[in-house]
Design a protein around this ligand. Structure first.
Ligand code: NAD
Length: 269
């Protein structure tokens, strides 16, 4: 354990989460830690109290920090939220004793290019979804490492990390990729297959060193939504997005090595 004993607490603001966060604050402070709701970049731990959305927001709010994250589940589903409210004392004891593993979760890097050649940079822990601002069909030229693969027509294209594969990707018929697998997945949402369009109907798993480019066809008039881990970014003059596995990752504490499969069975089967 390093000398620094600062803990960042983040919640979804619900009454239950605020009560649990206060309980954590008091218990950690009794052990000589400083726990507060301001983000300190020198903290030893980021605690996220809520559901998976809280974990995602906390990761974005802390700028995909190298400080490890842990999730305390006060929501319903908890793919990032390993610790239940009944396990708080055990979690604190194990954390203080250093009795845990560190899971590395890969991120996606997305570079959005506008028609004015401006570039906007984003990271995603779960996924990027590229769709029309309205309900119109989106047409995207899909390139893998500069090879043109298809002109997609449909509702949207979703690009997910292995950790995000159990989220929106799973609902869209994508495969579950174990979190430590290297690579990412391209999944179509309602692809059109007709005489006019030939879109891939199934998801494609790409190696982590591949660069995926999705370029909007010029005949599309509606604005483009880039949805980043559930956060909508409207891009009026969207030209393309280049996506690859990021050089950055986040660290998540893992206390039960069987938790992933227990969770998959509990939530999906
Ligand atoms: P939220 O907490 O309401 O999350 C929405 C749902 O997605 C919850 O049931 C949550 O448990 C689940 N989820 C999030 N990340 C997950 C993961 N890695 N594995 C399994 N389930 C996961 O909060 P939010 O901020 O709205 O969450 C954003 C996420 O919601 C997006 O990243 C996207 O993956 C997901 N989403 C799913 C659908 C769908 O399944 N049809 C549609 C839109 C968004």
């Amino acid at each position: 354990m390093s000398e620094n004993k600062i803990i960042n607490l983040m919640t979804n603001g619900s009454e239950k989460s605020l009560i649990i966060a206060e309980e954590l604050k008091h218990k950690f402070e009794a052990l000589g830690y400083t726990a507060n709701y301001d983000i300190d970049e020198n903290a030893v731990l980021n605690i996220c109290v809520g559901g998976d959305g809280t974990f995602l927001r906390a990761v974005h709010k802390t700028g995909f920090s190298s400080t490890p994250y842990v999730g305390i589940n006060t929501g319903t589903l908890g793919f990032f939220q390993e610790i239940s409210v009944l396990e708080i004392d055990k979690f604190i004891k194990n954390f203080v004793a250093g009795d845990y593993d560190m899971e590395k979760l890969d991120l996606l890097e997305g570079r959005v290019y506008s028609r004015e050649h401006k570039e906007y940079f984003h990271n995603a822990l779960n996924e990027f979804v590229i769709r029309s601002e309205d309900t119109s069909i989106i047409h995207l030229d899909v390139f893998i490492d500069d090879n043109h693969l298809q002109t997609f027509a449909g509702d949207a294209l979703l690009v997910s990390t292995p950790s995000g594969s159990t989220a929106y990707n799973y609902s869209a018929g994508g495969a579950v990729l174990y979190r430590s697998l290297k690579g990412y997945q391209l999944t179509p949402l309602a692809p059109i297959n007709s005489k006019a369009y030939r879109s891939l109907l199934n998801p494609l798993v790409l190696p982590s060193d591949s660069v995926l480019t999705l370029k909007r066809r010029p005949e599309d008039k509606a604005g483009t939504l880039v949805i980043n881990d559930g956060l909508n970014v409207l891009c009026d003059n969207f030209d393309s997005i280049k996506i690859k596995t990021s050089d950055k990752w986040i660290n998540k504490l893992q206390f039960n090595n069987n938790w992933y499969w227990l969770n998959i069975k509990d939530k999906f089967i």
